[in-house]
Design a protein around this ligand. Structure first.
Ligand SMILES: Cc1cc2nc3c(=O)[nH]c(=O)nc-3n(C[C@H](O)[C@H](O)[C@H](O)COP(=O)(O)OP(=O)(O)OC[C@H]3O[C@@H](n4cnc5c(N)ncnc54)[C@H](O)[C@@H]3O)c2cc1C
Length: 240
C-alpha cells in the first residue's frame, strides 16, 4: 500500500460540461504516487504549509488512469459551499493542493460485475474501464445515468472500450431525453435496476458496484436487496 503524498498541482485544463458540472485536469509538481482504479484524492483550494494543518478539502474520485501519473483528472458537480467555491475560483494556471491515494473501492473483476454510476459517480469506474483489454474473461456491465445526454461524461472513452472489449456492455439513462439520447439508445428516466435486470444472467454470481450521490445509492441498493442480492455482493462508494 503506497503512503499518501501531498502535492501542489497546477490546473491545466477545465472542461465545462454545462449544468455546473466540470472536469478538471491537474498537473502535479512531481509524479503522483501509485494508485489503483477507484481510489480518490483530497483537493484543497487554500495554500498548504507543510509545517501546518491540511486546509479544508473535499474528496474526488481519480478519473484518470494509474498509468498516467503526471496528469490527474477529476470531475465534479456543484453541490454545496466547497464545490461552489471550486466553480468560482478554479481557472487554468491556478495552483491547488491534493493528497492521495485513498480508498478501497477497487473492483475485483475475477467474477462478473455490474457497475451503477450516477452522474459524476462514473469517475469511480473510469480508470478501471479504461484499463479493460479484449481478453477480459468476466463480464462487465455498466449502467450510467445523468440528467442530460451531454452529462454522460467519459462516453467517448467508454464507446472506444466497448468496441474493443466484447464482454463490456453499457446502458445509458437520461432524465431529460433529447435527440442525442435517442441516438445512443439511452433509457429515458432515472438509473434503475429494473431496466437492466433482464440483461443480468445469474445475478447471484455477480458483484454490484454503486457510485454516486447518496440518495441514488440508497434506492438502488434497496432494490438489489429486494431482488435477493446479498449485502456482501453490493459494494458502495458512499459520497457521505
Ligand atoms: C469517496 C468519495 C468520492 C467522491 N467523488 C466525487 C467525485 O468524483 N465528484 C464529485 O462531484 N463529488 C464527489 N464526492 C462528493 C464530494 O466530496 C463532496 O462531498 C460533494 O461534492 C458535496 O459538495 P460540497 O463539498 O460543495 O458541499 P458542502 O456543503 O461544502 O459540504 C458537504 C459535506 O462536506 C462535509 N464538510 C462540511 N464542511 C467541512 C469542512 N470544513 N471540512 C471537511 N468536510 C466538511 C460535510 O459532511 C458536509 O455535509 C465524493 C465523495 C466521496 C466520499
Amino acid at each position: 500500500m503506497p503512503t499518501t503524498q501531498k502535492l501542489r498541482c497546477q490546473v491545466e485544463r477545465i472542461v465545462d460540461h454545462g449544468e455546473h458540472v466540470y472536469t478538471v485536469e491537474l498537473r502535479p509538481e512531481r509524479s503522483a504516487p501509485r494508485f489503483r482504479p477507484g481510489q480518490f484524492l483530497h483537493l484543497a483550494l487554500d495554500d498548504y504549509d507543510p509545517s501546518g494543518f491540511w486546509p479544508e478539502s473535499r474528496v474526488f474520485s481519480i478519473a484518470s488512469t494509474p498509468a498516467q501519473r503526471d496528469l490527474l483528472r477529476i470531475s465534479y458537480s456543484v453541490r454545496g459551499r466547497f464545490t461552489a467555491r471550486m466553480e468560482r475560483e478554479l481557472v487554468e494556471g491556478r495552483q491547488v493542493w491534493v493528497k492521495l491515494p485513498y480508498g478501497e473501492f477497487v473492483i475485483e473483476d475475477a467474477s462478473d460485475v455490474v457497475l451503477f454510476a450516477g452522474g459524476t459517480g462514473i469517475t469511480a469506474f473510469t480508470a478501471f474501464l479504461d484499463g479493460l483489454t479484449p481478453e477480459l474473461g468476466s463480464r462487465v456491465r455498466l449502467a450510467h445515468g445523468a440528467r442530460t445526454a451531454s452529462l454522460l461524461l467519459y462516453r467517448e472513452m467508454l464507446e472506444r472500450r466497448a468496441a474493443d472489449v466484447p464482454s463490456l456492455q453499457r446502458f445509458y439513462f437520461v432524465e431529460r431525453p433529447d435527440d442525442e439520447s435517442s441516438q445512443i439508445g439511452a433509457v429515458p428516466g432515472r438509473l434503475s435496476v429494473e431496466a437492466i435486470w433482464p440483461h443480468i444472467t445469474a445475478p447471484s454470481q455477480v458483484t454490484f458496484y454503486l457510485s454516486g450521490p447518496p440518495a441514488m445509492l440508497k434506492t438502488l441498493a434497496a432494490d438489489l436487496r429486494r431482488r435477493g442480492i446479498t449485502a456482501d455482493a453490493i459494494r458502495i462508494d458512499a459520497w457521505e
